[in-house]
Design a protein around this ligand. Structure first.
Ligand code: 6PG
Length: 241
């Protein structure tokens, strides 16, 4: 496990942006699944401010690991956030942006999006393979939109599932655990003191950590990178055995 710990969110954003540029610039088409929430905002702001001319965006295809079932104009929409912080500031062809349509009936959209992934991506043993999946982690240990109370969704056969937020009941469309763990590389972006307890549990595989979906992230490729700030890493054992 590749743990990269930085002093604050800004440095996480800078270091992740440099990593992303290196990964994206393979000269081939690059298929990346984005995460939502608040952490990516600062990453996208840094990426567009300092690295926008360092990537051939024609070769980058953007997907989401999860989306809230709201219209793309809704402030809750991960697509809207990404449009504001990333797409509006780089020269990326519209055809390269493959959003989950939050305005559609969730079960129907989950099937449609799974079909899109099967068409657009290489398949490994029947599962679509991203070049990179970017994940966040909630305070409760959820990742993408697989929450602890629905951890059974992690292993379902369908590549995309309909999940519900445990507090708001909001529907989400999310890729499942098999798609995540089939990716060539997975990068966690986790910052803030509120994540420290679950980061420790997930990284150190403590008792009960398997109840957290984030703990089930274990790409077959072995390529899992954590980008953490010091606050999120505060509870980690400084001298792991
Ligand atoms: C979402 C995300 C979700 C997010 C975590 C962490 O749609 O909300 O995909 O999994 O990554 O909740 O969010 P923060 O980065 O805002 O803490």
């Amino acid at each position: 496990m590749d743990l990269r710990i930085y002093k604050d969110r800004q440095e996480v954003a800078e270091q992740f942006s440099a990593y992303f540029v290196e990964k994206a610039n393979t000269g081939k088409v690059f298929h990346v699944a984005l995460s939502g929430g608040s952490t990516p905002k600062i990453v996208f702001d840094v990426l567009t401010e300092h690295f926008s001319d360092k990537v051939d965006w024609n070769k980058v295809h953007f997907y989401w690991g999860d989306e809230r079932c709201v219209p793309p104009t809704d402030d809750e929409s991960n697509y809207k956030m990404t449009m504001e912080h990333l797409f509006s500031k780089i020269e990326v062809p519209e055809a390269n942006i493959h959003r989950i349509r939050g305005e559609e009936e969730p079960k129907t959209e989950a099937i449609c999006y799974a079909n899109l992934l099967e068409i657009n991506l290489d398949e490994i043993e029947g599962t679509p393979q991203f070049d990179l999946v970017i994940l966040g982690m909630g305070d409760d240990g959820h990742t993408a939109s697989i929450f602890p109370h629905q951890i059974n969704l992690w292993n379902v056969e369908d590549h995309c599932v309909v999940a519900t937020h445990p507090d708001s009941g909001q529907n989400r469309v999310s890729i499942n655990g098999k798609v995540i763990n089939t990716a060539k590389e997975v990068a966690f972006l986790v910052t803030g003191a509120s994540k420290a307890e679950k980061v420790k549990a997930v990284v150190e595989k403590t008792e009960g950590s398997k109840d957290y979906p984030a703990a089930l992230v274990d790409p077959k490729s072995g390529n899992l990178v954590w980008f953490l700030d010091k606050d999120a890493a505060a509870d980690l054992n400084p001298n792991p055995s």
